[in-house]
Design a protein around this ligand. Structure first.
Ligand SMILES: [Fe+2]
Ligand SMILES: [Fe+2]
Length: 193
């Protein structure tokens, strides 16, 4: 954030920027980037109480998806992916998987990124036919190296995570995992190797 007295760059346009300006900005970047997990967790909490007609609200669905994955022995990266997979419901109602995929992209494997990005289509196998849509839309990806992994995520953890009687772990349980996974990017244009 930074108060009114913090040191700031002085350029009115970037093309007038100096190395000194960028030294100041760089000094702010790492502390800010270091809090990305907290901002993500804050945003995830927006799903609390958001039912959308489902048996449980979107935060509980997220917790249940993550809890099921964790209890099935999945590693922290996978569990965090499971926790965040629907975080985009609020801002990207028409393409929610893209948000979680973008948030996770710097921190997880290509496989987990692909699962996140495609889970909306794969999840459709369980309900598109009730809405007059093609439940087999996922078949467009048959043969892709991560097809079975995405199908498995939806089958075992996502489509099954609407049970109002399931004892999900609370968000606090997952917070250290989120911080750990998002601590250091594997790939980002803003961070040198
Ligand atoms: Fe979803
Ligand atoms: Fe979901």
């Amino acid at each position: 954030m930074g108060g009114p007295n913090e040191t700031r760059a002085k350029f009115p346009s970037m093309e007038e920027g100096t190395q000194e300006d960028w030294k100041i900005i760089s000094g702010h970047f790492m502390p800010f980037a270091g809090k990305v997990a907290d901002r993500v967790l804050d945003h995830l909490r927006l799903l609390d109480g958001d039912f959308g007609g489902f048996p449980i609200d979107r935060l509980q669905h997220s917790l249940q998806t993550a809890t099921r994955a964790h209890r099935d022995g999945r590693d922290d990266d996978y569990v965090v992916m499971a926790l965040l997979h629907d975080i985009g419901d609020t801002l990207c109602t028409y393409n929610h998987p893209d948000v979680a995929a973008a948030i996770l992209k710097p921190f997880v494997s290509d496989k987990l990124h692909w699962i996140t990005e495609k889970h909306g289509i794969f999840q459709g196998y369980y309900f598109f036919h009730h809405l007059g849509q093609d439940r087999d839309m996922r078949e467009n990806f048959r043969g892709h190296e991560h097809f079975e992994d995405c199908a498995e995520f939806c089958e075992k953890y996502d489509q099954s995570a609407f049970d109002a009687n399931y004892d999900s772990a609370p968000l606090e349980f997952f917070e250290p995992m989120v911080r750990k996974v998002m601590e250091r990017p594997i790939n980002s244009i803003y961070v040198k190797e």
